[in-house]
Design a protein around this ligand. Structure first.
Ligand SMILES: C[S@@+](CC[C@H](N)C(=O)[O-])C[C@H]1O[C@@H](n2cnc3c(N)ncnc32)[C@H](O)[C@@H]1O
Length: 533
């Protein structure tokens, strides 16, 4: 399941007042259209607006229909994600750190192979980067071996994108200038000692003292690096297809404001890493175009703290403000006092406020709840995504703690939707009726929530509808053969299969060619042809 990022803390009052203003501004007729800058988007579909809270953001210039392609643009900068995983500097596919791993003859960093498509290209390992790393082998590539700890690997890879942006200053000054115009929240970040000293030590000092980027001795150069770190935290997209993982900055897609139930969806081209951003549903004229900076299938507490730590704002969207999260109830717990009621945030926009049972007077501190959810999450993460009994057992273990739509249960159900019917021991022809019924149930439960939180033409809907068509089809055939369902009921179920396949084809074929989602879209199209529908 896609997950995401990190850090920070500050007083909330001024921001709260600004948010009250933003809530009024949300009625976007009052927003001032901003003159589009040289590098700004050029489209009849949307324009840039400005509000005190959102800063610059994009607004629909006319009514937009679902599926309209709004932005397609290549990255201004690209680099490895910040994680303990080593990747090829050319194509961002995972690599090993052992002796047998191919390495760049120029600089010694691990690469997938001599014919990596990203070698010498702007979107991969450039000659300038190679020359710079080549002169710093002992401080960089030579430290990357199979005894290097994941945190150390993470620290080294974190520097790559920062160095790439610094290199743009000389080799592509216009691109560099566009990046520096992005929001960095530097002043707020500076007030957070923990965050600031992390970047001072792990990035600024390391680049200056170990990588010998001598310019960084000057105070203003060191500040420029802090700015870049902020820009990356606030504006990066995490992208990648078929195992590749990278982070990117785009010329205009960064302008979209966040919403926890957004009206656009995006994907990326596996060859050029270009972003393709579309409306996922109809958008009214003057409505803000939004995307989700966080993973939508998380609860409000988690999404909001993620946004505050990494992007420095407290989200106050409709979903965050609603204790039932747009009817999904995906943060709800079972009351451990009366065992009947449901525990929810009463005032979800107050991050530390108590949660309360709707039947008895039991209350829980938000912090205790966060700790409890972290423990359950750790339990889930410890289960292999292919471990059917492990995931089923997880669902059993927590069904008296979490409500059925809780995002942690949904996460396990999503994994099960994908593996039932696909892995050895659980392939469709050998699956028990019991397991087929389960696959269908989990798919339906998951789809119902996605319909609320990410409605329209969204990847998760396409994927889950494709998964759902199989058990519906098998059960229809079994029912017909055993005489348990009528011909009329059989036809009704076939109609549902056909609708599921058509919807999933229409969504997944929007994904770029070469992606696994696109392949699934082709499989859906093929199944439709074979069914003669
Ligand atoms: C990726 S940038 C978006 C572009 C930015 N507004 C600008 O002017 O450069 C993300 C920043 O925009 C602001 N922002 C985006 N969505 C927001 C929201 N829903 N509520 C408050 N601030 C938001 C926050 O300052 C956030 O850190």
């Amino acid at each position: 399941m896609p997950g995401r990022k990190k850090i920070h803390h500050k007083s909330n009052k001024a921001r709260h007042q600004r948010h009250q203003k933003a809530d009024r501004d949300n009625n976007s007729e009052q927003n001032t259209p901003e003159k589009e800058s040289e590098d700004g988007p050029n489209s009849d579909a949307f324009h840039i607006a400005q509000s005190e809270i959102y800063g610059r953001y994009l607004v629909a210039s006319r009514q937009l229909e679902a599926g309209e392609l709004l932005i397609t643009e290549e990255p201004l900068a690209i680099g490895p994600c910040v994680s303990g995983d080593a990747v090829c500097l050319g194509c961002y596919q995972p690599v090993g750190l052992g002796r047998e791993q191919y390495r760049c003859p120029g600089c010694g960093w691990p690469l997938c192979g001599a014919s990596c498509p990203g070698l010498g290209r702007r979107i991969g390992h450039t000659t300038e980067e190679c020359a710079l790393y080549g002169e710093r082998r002992p401080a960089a590539a030579e430290l990357l071996n199979d005894r290097t700890s994941p945190p150390r690997v993470r620290d080294l890879y974190e520097l790559v994108m920062i160095v790439r942006i610094l290199l743009l200053r000389t080799h592509a000054p216009e691109q560099y200038a566009m990046i520096t115009r992005m929001e960095s929240h530097t002043e707020e970040r500076r007030k957070n000692e923990k965050l600031w000293s992390h970047y001072e030590q792990k990035v600024v000092r390391r680049l200056r003292d170990e990588w010998k980027l001598d310019d960084l001795a000057a105070e203003e150069e060191a500040q420029a690096v802090h700015e870049i770190c902020g820009i990356l935290d606030v504006n990066c997209f995490e992208i990648g297809q078929k195992g590749a993982k990278a982070r990117t900055l785009y010329p205009s897609a960064f302008l979209l404001a966040h919403d926890c139930s957004p009206n656009t969806a995006h994907t990326d081209d596996p060859r050029s890493y270009a972003i393709l951003l579309r409306t996922s549903r109809r958008v009214r004229e003057q409505e803000a175009l939004t995307l989700s900076y966080a993973y939508t299938l998380q609860g409000t507490l988690k999404r909001r703290s993620f946004m505050y730590e990494g992007k420095l704002f407290w989200c106050r969207c409709q979903r965050c403000a609603d204790p039932q999260e747009l009817g999904s109830d995906c943060s709800a717990l079972v009351c451990r006092s009366c065992l009947k009621g449901t525990v929810r945030a009463v005032t979800p926009l107050e991050q530390t406020a108590d949660w309360a049972c709707d039947r008895c007077d039991h209350r829980t501190k938000a912090l205790d709840l966060e700790n409890q959810l972290d423990r359950i999450n750790n339990d889930l993460e410890a289960i292999d995504v292919h471990d059917v009994p492990g995931l089923e057992n997880f669902l059993l273990r927590y069904r008296e703690t979490l409500r059925p739509n809780h995002y942690l249960l949904l996460s396990a159900k999503y994994s099960l939707c994908q593996i039932y019917g696909r892995i050895k021991g659980y392939l469709l022809p050998e699956m028990s009726l019991h397991d087929i019924v389960r696959k269908e149930r989990y798919c339906r439960e998951f789809l119902a929530i996605i319909d609320l939180l990410e409605p329209g033409l969204t990847r998760l809907r396409g994927l889950i509808m494709y998964e759902l068509h199989a058990p519906v089809m098998v059960m229809a055939q079994m029912g017909m053969q055993s005489g348990q369902i009528s011909r009329q009921e059989f036809q009704r179920r076939l109609k549902e299969v056909s609708r599921l396949l058509q919807n999933s084809r229409d969504i997944l074929l929007l994904e770029p060619e070469g992606s696994s989602e696109h392949e699934m879209g082709l499989a859906a199209a093929d199944a439709i042809t074979k069914m003669g529908i």
